[in-house]
Ligand binder design. Structure first.
Ligand code: SF4
Length: 314
């Protein structure tokens, strides 16, 4: 992977970012938990084009901020567990730092699944409460509109729980903790906007069998991708648009949107709408367009064939 510094960040910043970054060329037989949850196509294209992929240090900034938080938590937890906090610190902050449960931080766990080693790093394992805690530097909106985030948080933490189980440690509770990078005090009180720039959510615990099945399924997909590349799913491409709009004369906005033309026509018949036209909404694959590190090598990226503006729909 080629690293660039297009915006002339100071060397000390570049150095610190690069020391924290952990990206490596993907290899068959060994995979991290988050990579396993991501599309196999990205894994394969990264593997095939590793030396050509270009990344700017600014693309690594968010991961760097996340690492900085993890390092600070780890540093405090290690001193706390070793009884190395100064008496001055304890005296000064004892009212706001109550006794913490016993914890292990940055804990590596792994297990072999169908011949592949699946590995992960657990941010905090709360020994006393048999709980896993994951810490994220993330957008406030991922807590406000939680449905999408919950899906990936649930998968991630339940895989960790399964890996802990395989390694002889039972976990009963799972939590996501968010350091909210774009939180604004002016929005507090609207909907379920968090009260502070830190939020915490408990994650549903799967049956261990469910986690095991999910892991088998994912490993199978990754193995199969060595022989045949399959496109990422619409969800993995962060797709929006593509619906069919029922347009009425003298009205600029759609009367109603449908997932298929057939549904639209049936609806129009049912409600006796005689005069209308059908418009197809433009498809936008946000990840392919702006966020995928292998976009330029991807045979399924619609933006590689034409300019985005020229693609009304896929
Ligand atoms: S460009 Fe889109 S389809 Fe291709 S690997 Fe990236 S996300 Fe998947």
């Amino acid at each position: 992977m080629k690293i660039t510094n297009k915006y002339n960040l100071p060397p000390i910043v570049v150095g610190a970012i690069l020391m924290q970054q952990k990206a490596h060329k993907p290899v068959d037989g060994r995979i991290g938990v988050t990579t396993l949850m991501n599309p196999p196509l990205v894994f394969r294209l990264m593997q095939q084009h590793w030396d050509e992929i270009e990344m700017d240090v600014t693309d690594l900034m968010w991961a760097f901020e996340g690492s900085a938080i993890h390092s600070a938590l780890d540093a405090f937890a290690k001193r706390y567990m070793a009884g190395n906090l100064s008496s001055e610190f304890i005296e000064k902050y004892q009212s706001v730092v109550p006794n913490s449960p016993r914890v292990e931080t940055e804990k590596w766990v792994s297990a072999e699944i169908d011949g592949w080693q699946v590995r992960g790093v657990i941010d905090v394992y709360d020994i006393d409460n048999a709980a896993l805690e994951d810490y994220k530097r993330t957008s406030t909106w991922s807590f406000v509109y939680r449905d999408k985030s919950m899906d990936s948080w649930t998968k991630q933490l339940n895989i960790y729980r399964y890996l802990m189980h395989v390694n002889g440690k039972e976990v009963n509770k799972l939590y996501i903790n968010g350091f909210l990078r774009d939180w604004q005090s002016s929005k507090v009180g609207s909907g379920n906007y968090p009260d502070a720039s830190f939020a915490r959510v408990e994650i549903p615990v799967w049956d261990l069998k469910e986690a095991e099945e999910y892991l088998h399924e994912r490993i199978k997909l990754f193995k199969e991708s060595a022989d045949k590349l399959e496109p990422c799913t619409p969800e993995e491409r962060w797709r929006s648009g593509g619906q069919f709009a029922l347009m009425l004369p003298n009205r600029k906005t759609a009367k109603k949107l449908f997932d298929s033309e057939k549904e639209l026509i049936e609806w129009a018949k049912k409600f006796k709408v005689a005069k209308y036209t059908i418009e197809r909404r433009k498809i936008v694959d946000r990840k392919c367009k702006d966020y995928c590190s292998v976009a330029q090598f991807c045979p399924f990226n619609i933006y590689n064939k034409k300019k985005a503006e020229e693609i009304p729909f896929a």
